[in-house]
Design a protein around this ligand. Structure first.
Ligand code: ACO
Length: 380
C-alpha cells in the first residue's frame, strides 16, 4: 500500500470552528463562515513538513465556543497503522498545546456552548468600540442578496475591544485557550511566558443581542494582540505589539485596522506610554499599519497644514522632504519641498518632525517612513 494514503497534510486535516449557540447563528446578512476554516501553519505542532503519518482519511476537528473559546477535539480516521514510533499520536500531540479539560464529547461541548453563550463576558476594560453593517453572505463574490431582505432588514453589528493583563480575573485561563491561534496563523509565532508579568492584551469581540431575547448579549471572539511594555527613559514605557491576529472568518473586513486603531488610541490616551512599536511585523501587518498611520496623519489638519500646506512653503520653505538625509528634492504641485530648505534649515526641520513624532507617539523609523510616503504622495 502506498505510504501517501497514510500521510495527511496537517493544514488540511485540521479544521477549526467557532461554534455559536443555535439562537446566535448569524443572520442571512452575515457571512456564515465560522466553521471549518483551516490553519495556515501547523509546523510548530506536527513538525517542519506539516504532515501527519499513520491514518487513512484523517480529519481533526478542533472546535471553540465562539466566546469563551472552550475547546472540543475530535480525531477521526477510517483506518490507522498499529502504534509505532513513526505513527503520529494526534491527540497526545495536540494536547501538549491546549490546556487540559477540553471536551471530547460533542454533546457536552454543545451544552457548554449554550451555557457560555448566555454567560460569557469579555475580561478586562472596554477600550474601544465600533459598529458595522453586517455584510451579505459572501460579500463581493457575486452572491445575490436574498429577495426576502430589504436594506431595512440589514443588521448593525457592534464590536468591542477589551484591555487586560495577567492580573485580570479569568484572563490567564482564557489566554491559554486563545494562544493556539498564534501558532496556527503567525509565522514564527510561539507561546509567550506567563512568568513575564508585564504582558498586556487587547481582545476584539463581536457583540450581538439575541433576536429572541434582546436582553441577552453575546460575545464572539474575532482576534487579539499581545502587547509588551518596554521601559522608556526616564519613567514611561514603549508599548510593543508582539502578536496580532484576526481569525480568517473576519479577515479582509477592516477588523484588523479597527483593532490596530483601538491599540493606538489606547497608547495616545495614556501618558505613561511614550510610543507604539511593532515586533518583527509580517508584510500584511506592515501594510495594515502603514495604511492606518497614513490615514491618521492625513486626517490631522494641523500636521498636514504645517508640513504640507501652502504656508509650510511660504513660512518655512517646505519643512518636510527627504527626511533623514537632508538632501533630496521633490517637485510638488507648483512648489518644491526640499529638506532643510528655507528659513528652518535641517535642525529646525528635525525638531519639527520630532515634536510631531513624540506627540503622535509613533516609533522613529515608522514616522520617517510615513513622512517619506506623504512627500511622495504630494509630488506631481
Ligand atoms: N471590506 C472589504 N475589504 C476591506 C474592508 C472592508 N470593509 N476594510 C478593509 N479591507 C481590506 C483592506 O483594504 C486591506 O486590503 P489589502 O489586503 O488589499 O491591503 C485588507 O482588507 C486587510 O485590512 P483589514 O481588513 O483591516 O485587516 P484584516 O482584518 O484582514 O487583518 C491581518 C490583517 C492582521 C494581517 C490578518 O490577515 C491576520 O491576522 N493574518 C494572520 C496573522 C498575521 O499575519 N498577523 C500579523 C503578524 S505580525 C505581528 O504579529 C506583529
Amino acid at each position: 500500500m502506498s505510504s501517501s494514503i497514510w500521510t495527511a497534510d496537517a493544514n488540511e486535516a485540521l479544521s477549526l470552528s467557532l461554534v455559536r449557540a443555535p439562537e446566535d447563528k448569524a443572520s442571512l446578512w452575515s457571512r456564515e463562515v465560522y466553521e471549518g476554516f483551516h490553519p495556515t501553519f501547523t509546523y510548530p505542532i506536527f513538525g517542519e513538513e506539516e504532515k501527519i503519518y499513520g491514518h487513512k482519511d484523517l480529519s481533526i476537528e478542533l472546535k471553540f465556543a465562539s466566546g469563551s473559546l472552550v475547546q472540543y477535539l475530535n480525531v477521526q480516521h477510517s483506518e490507522r497503522l498499529p502504534p509505532s514510533s513513526a505513527v503520529d499520536e494526534i491527540e497526545d500531540t495536540i494536547s501538549k498545546f491546549i490546556p487540559p479539560g477540553y471536551y471530547t464529547d460533542e454533546k457536552k461541548f454543545l451544552e457548554r456552548v449554550e451555557h457560555d453563550a448566555a454567560h460569557f463576558k469579555p475580561f478586562g476594560d472596554k477600550i474601544y468600540s465600533y459598529s458595522r453593517a453586517a455584510m451579505p453572505l459572501n460579500k463581493g463574490k457575486n452572491v445575490a442578496i436574498p429577495q426576502v431582505l430589504s436594506l431595512e432588514d440589514q443588521e448593525t453589528v457592534d464590536y468591542e475591544v477589551y484591555h487586560s493583563t495577567w492580573k485580570t480575573p479569568g484572563f490567564r485561563e482564557f489566554h491559554r485557550r486563545m494562544q493556539l491561534y498564534v501558532l496556527l496563523y503567525i509565522e514564527g509565532g510561539s507561546y509567550i511566558s506567563e512568568d513575564e508579568e508585564t504582558w498586556e492584551f487587547a481582545v476584539l469581540y463581536e457583540k450581538r443581542r439575541r433576536r429572541s431575547s434582546p436582553d441577552i448579549v453575546t460575545y464572539h471572539f474575532v482576534g487579539y494582540a499581545s502587547l509588551y511594555p518596554f521601559y522608556c527613559f526616564p519613567e514611561r514605557v514603549r508599548l510593543r505589539i508582539s502578536q496580532f491576529l484576526i481569525l480568517p472568518p473576519y479577515q479582509q473586513d477592516g477588523h484588523g485596522s479597527a483593532l490596530y486603531t483601538a491599540i493606538y488610541q489606547h497608547v495616545l490616551a495614556h501618558p505613561r506610554i511614550a510610543e507604539l512599536t511593532v515586533e518583527d511585523p509580517a508584510e500584511a501587518f506592515e501594510d495594515l499599519r502603514d495604511r492606518n498611520d497614513l490615514k491618521m496623519l492625513l486626517a490631522n489638519e494641523k500636521f498636514m497644514r504645517e508640513g504640507f500646506g501652502p504656508e509650510a512653503v511660504s513660512s518655512n520653505g517646505g519643512k518636510v522632504g527627504g527626511v533623514g538625509n537632508g538632501r533630496s528634492r521633490h517637485r510638488t504641485k507648483g512648489r518644491t519641498i526640499r529638506a532643510g530648505a528655507g528659513k528652518m534649515g535641517p535642525p529646525a526641520e528635525r525638531a519639527w518632525l520630532e515634536k510631531w513624532r513624540t506627540e503622535l507617539k509613533i516609533a522613529g523609523r515608522q514616522f520617517h517612513r510615513l513622512v517619506e510616503m506623504l512627500v511622495l504622495k504630494h509630488m506631481d
